[in-house]
Design a protein. Structure first.
Ligand SMILES: O=P(O)(O)O[C@H]1O[C@H](CO)[C@@H](O)[C@H]1O
Ligand SMILES: O=c1cc[nH]c(=O)[nH]1
Length: 289
């Protein structure tokens, strides 16, 4: 039998909800749409027929309801893979741990988790306005140095190639997302490989007042071609989702509204419209299946 998880390791609020997300198991649907911006939650749930539950704590805003008869949860995560580690661990605990006894359940429940986020393109031919599904997430952050993850041969090769090209002192991690969700939601979208950065400015090669240590990071990554494996866009969460999803046994897919092209240096004036189009695409595909 699994061991009881102590109070200090899995924190449960006095009302029985999980520490950061502030949710109880009954508040969560088995399909979760995850967005970075707390204000984007209502931009998704405004399409619901009914919202049965809503709550917020810190950057985690949750609405659960029905869209065309399908029960969905939409939640915000804030920015960065450190938030995603909390988000994924606590979501998993809600379905795979008995919060009363603190003992992992014998039967595993798999969640479907779909990120609907914004992103910047690192290639000229992927303009702002594109909707892109991430086949792989590549982490330039250090989250996976703290977990033992298994990687395929290709994933290891990609990590080593990026380490070499950027002359990094550490090996980035590369993880494939859910094939099941890509088949379900990827139709009509560009399929790409997403680089997840531990910051918006320097780690994505932006110079405001401080020169980034790797000033040509956009060109180096955008020009990389490893036997046909190419990189497409920058954001700040995808690799964390994919790695935590693999470790915890959940289906995860990251969808990206491209709002900036880093080569042409264009930033779209219609960011909200592109995000809204991606939200509607996601809801329609989920309701149809
Ligand atoms: O629009 P969201 O979902 O927050 O995603 C992107 O936008 C934020 C940076 O502006 C980062 O979180 C990045 O991943
Ligand atoms: O360029 C961009 C745009 C959105 N989000 C990012 O992280 N980078």
């Amino acid at each position: 039998m699994s061991k009881r998880i102590p109070e200090s390791e899995l924190i449960i609020n006095p009302d029985g909800s999980i520490y950061h997300l502030n949710l109880k198991p009954e508040h969560l649907a088995s399909t979760v749409i995850a967005v970075g911006d707390p204000e984007r939650v209502s931009k998704v749930s405004r399409y619901f027929d009914e919202i049965e539950f809503s709550i917020s704590k810190r950057e985690f805003v949750t609405h659960t309801g029905y869209y065309k008869g399908k029960r969905l949860t939409v939640m915000s995560t804030g920015m960065g893979t450190d938030n995603i580690e909390i988000f994924m661990t606590e979501l998993d605990a809600l379905v795979n741990i008995d919060l009363r006894t603190r003992i992992p359940k014998e039967n595993h429940t798999t969640l479907n988790i779909i990120r609907v986020g914004t992103s910047g393109s690192m290639r000229k031919e992927i303009p702002a306005g594109t909707m892109l599904a991430s086949e792989y997430g590549i982490g330039l952050d250090t989250l996976m140095a703290f977990y033992n993850t298994e990687y395929s041969h290709l994933e290891q090769k990609v990590g080593r190639k990026i380490q070499e090209d950027l002359e990094l002192s550490f090996t980035p991690y590369c993880v494939k997302g859910s094939k099941k969700l890509l088949d379900l939601l990827g139709e009509g979208l560009l399929i790409g490989n997403t680089v997840t950065c531990p910051g918006f400015f320097g780690p994505q090669g932006r110079e405001v007042r401080i020169k980034p240590a790797i000033p040509d990071i956009i060109e180096k990554l955008g020009n990389m071609d490893l036997d046909g494996f190419k990189l497409s866009n920058f954001e700040m969460e995808t690799s964390g989702y994919y790695a935590m999803g693999r470790l915890l046994g959940h289906e995860v897919l990251s969808l990206n509204a491209i709002i900036a092209n880093r080569i042409t240096q264009e930033f779209t004036k219609g960011a909200y419209g592109i995000v809204d189009k991606l939200i509607q695409h996601t809801l329609k595909k989920l309701a149809d299946n």
